[in-house]
Design a protein around this ligand. Structure first.
Ligand code: GLU
Length: 515
C-alpha cells in the first residue's frame, strides 16, 4: 500500500442525548441536546437519541413523541435513535433489560456489587437510628452495610436460599473505603471525590429494572459514546459512573465528561424552573405541551411566535460564547463555531428580553417576501404586493414577531382615528398647528414626493423659520401615524403619498384643534 494512503483514523465522536420521558422537555434539556448536536456536526460524528425509560413509575404518555417533535422544530436531527435505524439499538432502555441483566451479574461475580434484602422498614430503622446518633444524612454505605441484610453479611447458603425463593432484593454497588475517584471534566477540569462520602447506590431495583446509573453506563459503553455532555445536576453521579467503568474494566473506553453550567432564573438566584416562567410570563418549553394528566395545554416558544433559529441561538449563548462580538448565528454557523472549551463553568442567567432581541435580529434577516408569506393579512391590508413589501421593509426593524408587522403597520393602511393621548398632551399645541399648515402647503408644491425631497422641504422649513426639529416633527408624526414612535417619517410619507399626507394633516387638525 503506498504510504500516502495510510492515515491515522481517529475514532469518530459519538454523543447522545438521553432524556427520560417523564414530561415535556424543559429548555435546559434542549440546550443539552443542542450542545451535543453542535459538537457532533462540528466533528462530523454521530448524534444519538437514547430514551432512558427504566423508571416506569415516572413514565408519561406522549413525552417521547414530544421530545422528538420539539427537537425537530429546533432543527436538531438525530443520526440514530428509536425512530431511526442504527447499529447500536435498541435505543429505548426498556427494550434492553436483558443486556443490563448480563452486566449486573458480571459486577456481582467480580464482587463489585452485592444483593441487599433489606425491607423498607429495615432501611427506615437504619436511617432513624443513625439520625438519633447524630448522623445528618444517613446512607447505605461502606460502614452501614455491615449491619444490614445483604450478601456481604449473610452466609452464602442463606443468600442462595433467598434468591431461590425469589425474595425481593436490590443490587447495590460496593463502594470501596477511602478511595479517590478522579476524572477530568472538559468544562471543570480535574474533579475528585473520596468514596467515603459516596453511598452504595442501587444498580438494580426490586422490580427487576436497572437504575439510571447502571443502564446509563452500560449503554454509553455499548453504544461507543465518546463524550457525555449533560447538565451539572449529574456531576454528583459522575464518580459512581467512573467507578462503574473501572469495575467493568472499561477504563480505556471511558467517554469524556462535560457537565454544563446551570441555567439560572432571571434573578440569578436559582435554577430556572417552570414556576419562574409562570411567575414572570415566559415559556419554558420549546413547543406546545398537552399535559395528559392535568388535561392542560401549555404554550411553548413556537406558539409565542419565536423562530426556532432564534430560540436555538439564544440557548447556545446560555453557557457558551464564540469569544468575539458576534451574536447572531444560524444553526449551521453555530455548529462551525462551537467548542466545549468555550463553555463556561458558572451558571448562565436566562433573560427573556434578550430572547426577544434574538428573535428581532432573526426577523431582520428575513426578506420582506418571506415575511409576507407568513402573515395573515387583515381586510385593510389587502393591497398590491409591491406596497405590502415596502411596508414590511419599513416596519420590520421595529418588530420582534411576525404578528408585530400587523400592529406596527396599521397606519400605513388607514389614517389614524385615535391619537396617543400622552403624545398629544405633550407635543400638540397652537404652534404645531401653524407649522403643520405651512408645511402641508409647501408639500403640495412638491412634484416628486420622494423621501429625499420631503426631507429637504422639511429641513428648509426649519431653517427658514429657525425652529427646532423637535418642535415640528412630533406633531407631524402624530398627525400622520397617531403615535410618537415609528420608522423614518420621510419614508412613511413617501409611501403614503402626497394626497394622503395632506388629508391626514387636515384630519388631525380638525380632530385635535389647537391642543
Ligand atoms: N436520563 C438522564 C436525564 O434524564 C440522562 C442524564 C445523562 O445524560 O447521563 O437527564
Amino acid at each position: 500500500m503506498p504510504n500516502s494512503i495510510i492515515r491515522v483514523m481517529k475514532n469518530p465522536i459519538r454523543v447522545r442525548f438521553a432524556p427520560s420521558p417523564t414530561g415535556p422537555l424543559h429548555m435546559g434539556g434542549v440546550r443539552t441536546a443542542l450542545y451535543n448536536y453542535l459538537l457532533s456536526v462540528k466533528m462530523k460524528g454521530q448524534f444519538i437519541l437514547r430514551v432512558e425509560d427504566t423508571d416506569q413509575s415516572r413514565y408519561v404518555e406522549g413525552a417521547e413523541e414530544y421530545i422528538l417533535e420539539s427537537l425537530n422544530w429546533c432543527g436538531l436531527k438525530f443520526d440514530e435513535g428509536p425512530h431511526l435505524k442504527g447499529d447500536f439499538g435498541p435505543y429505548r432502555q426498556s427494550e434492553r433489560k436483558h443486556i443490563y441483566d448480563t452486566y449486573v451479574k458480571k459486577l456481582i461475580e467480580s464482587e463489585n456489587a452485592y444483593y441487599a434484602f433489606d425491607s423498607e422498614k429495615e432501611l427506615e430503622e437504619m436511617r432513624f437510628n443513625l439520625k438519633k446518633a447524630g448522623v445528618q444524612s444517613p446512607q447505605y454505605n461502606h460502614i452501614t452495610r455491615q449491619n444490614m441484610k445483604n450478601s456481604l453479611t449473610l452466609p452464602l447458603e442463606e443468600v442462595n436460599k433467598k434468591l431461590r425463593n425469589k425474595e425481593p432484593y436490590v443490587i447495590r454497588i460496593k463502594m470501596p473505603r477511602n478511595y479517590t475517584i478522579k476524572f477530568k471534566d472538559r468544562i471543570r477540569g480535574w474533579v475528585s471525590f473520596n468514596t467515603n462520602h459516596l453511598d452504595d447506590k442501587v444498580l438494580y431495583k426490586s422490580d427487576g429494572m436497572p437504575t439510571y446509573h447502571l443502564a446509563n453506563v452500560v449503554d454509553d459503553y455499548l453504544m461507543k459514546i465518546s463524550h457525555v455532555i449533560r447538565g451539572e445536576e449529574w456531576l454528583p453521579s459522575a464518580p459512581l459512573h467512573v467507578y462503574l467503568y473501572q469495575s467493568f474494566g472499561w477504563e480505556k473506553s471511558m467517554p469524556e465528561f462535560a457537565h454544563l453550567p446551570l441555567i439560572l432564573n432571571p434573578g440569578g438566584d436559582g435554577k430556572l424552573s417552570k414556576r419562574d416562567g409562570d411567575r414572570l410570563g415566559f415559556p419554558v418549553f420549546p413547543t406546545l405541551w398537552k399535559d395528559p394528566k392535568k388535561n392542560l395545554e401549555i404554550e411553548g416558544y413556537k406558539e409565542k411566535g419565536f423562530f426556532p433559529e432564534a430560540f436555538v441561538n439564544m440557548l447556545a449563548f446560555l453557557g457558551w460564547n464564540p469569544g468575539n462580538n458576534k451574536e447572531i448565528f444560524s444553526l449551521h454557523e453555530l455548529s462551525e463555531e462551537f467548542s466545549l472549551e468555550r463553555v463556561g463553568k458558572s451558571g448562565a442567567r436566562f433573560d427573556y428580553q434578550k430572547t426577544k432581541w434574538f428573535n428581532q435580529q432573526h426577523l431582520r434577516l428575513r426578506t420582506a417576501k418571506e415575511i409576507l408569506k407568513n402573515i395573515i393579512l387583515t381586510e385593510e391590508m389587502k393591497r398590491e404586493e409591491d406596497y405590502l413589501l415596502k411596508v414590511i421593509d419599513l416596519v420590520k426593524e421595529r418588530c420582534v414577531f411576525f404578528d408585530d408587522i400587523i400592529k406596527e403597520s396599521n397606519y400605513l393602511f388607514k389614517a389614524p382615528d385615535n391619537y396617543e393621548e400622552l403624545a398629544v398632551e405633550k407635543k400638540w399645541n397652537k404652534e404645531t398647528v401653524t407649522h403643520l399648515q405651512s408645511l402641508s402647503s409647501k408639500f403640495s408644491l412638491c412634484i416628486d414626493f420622494s423621501k429625499n425631497n420631503i426631507e429637504q422641504i422639511f429641513k428648509d422649513y426649519l431653517e427658514k423659520y429657525t425652529v427646532g426639529f423637535g418642535k415640528v416633527m412630533p406633531g407631524l408624526r402624530i398627525s400622520i401615524t397617531g403615535k410618537m414612535q415609528g420608522p423614518s417619517m420621510f419614508s412613511v410619507m413617501e409611501l403614503l403619498g402626497l394626497n394622503e399626507v395632506r388629508c391626514r394633516i387636515e384630519k388631525a387638525i380638525t380632530r385635535l384643534g389647537n391642543g
